[in-house]
Design a protein. Structure first.
Length: 97
């Protein structure tokens, strides 16, 4: 971004500076509000993860499900890797196991 040097004739007035600071403050408030919402979503995801871990452990100890070891990360071809973690062996509907 190329900004021309401020000359005497184009220097902002105090009112312009105050308006700019007010706009910056408003934008920072918007960002803060969004970050708080993201933080709340992250907390909810942590709670869901913990509940799923508890459920999985409970089902494993009851012998309802067994887990396979995690698969090694696979390259998707776009430079990113995936790792789904442990997979659940659930019987298919209508099958005997």
């Amino acid at each position: 971004m190329n900004a021309e040097p401020v000359s005497e004739s184009t220097r902002r007035t105090d009112g312009d500076a105050l308006a700019r600071l007010t706009a910056i403050d408003h934008r920072l408030h918007q960002i803060s509000t969004r970050l708080a919402a993201v933080g709340e979503l992250l907390s909810q995801l942590d709670e869901i993860r913990a509940n799923l871990e508890t459920l999985t452990e409970s089902l494993q100890s009851a012998g309802t499900i067994m887990t396979r070891p995690p698969c090694p990360p696979s390259d998707r071809g776009d430079g990113g890797a995936t790792n789904a973690g442990p997979r659940l062996n659930l019987p298919l509907a209508g099958s005997d196991g």
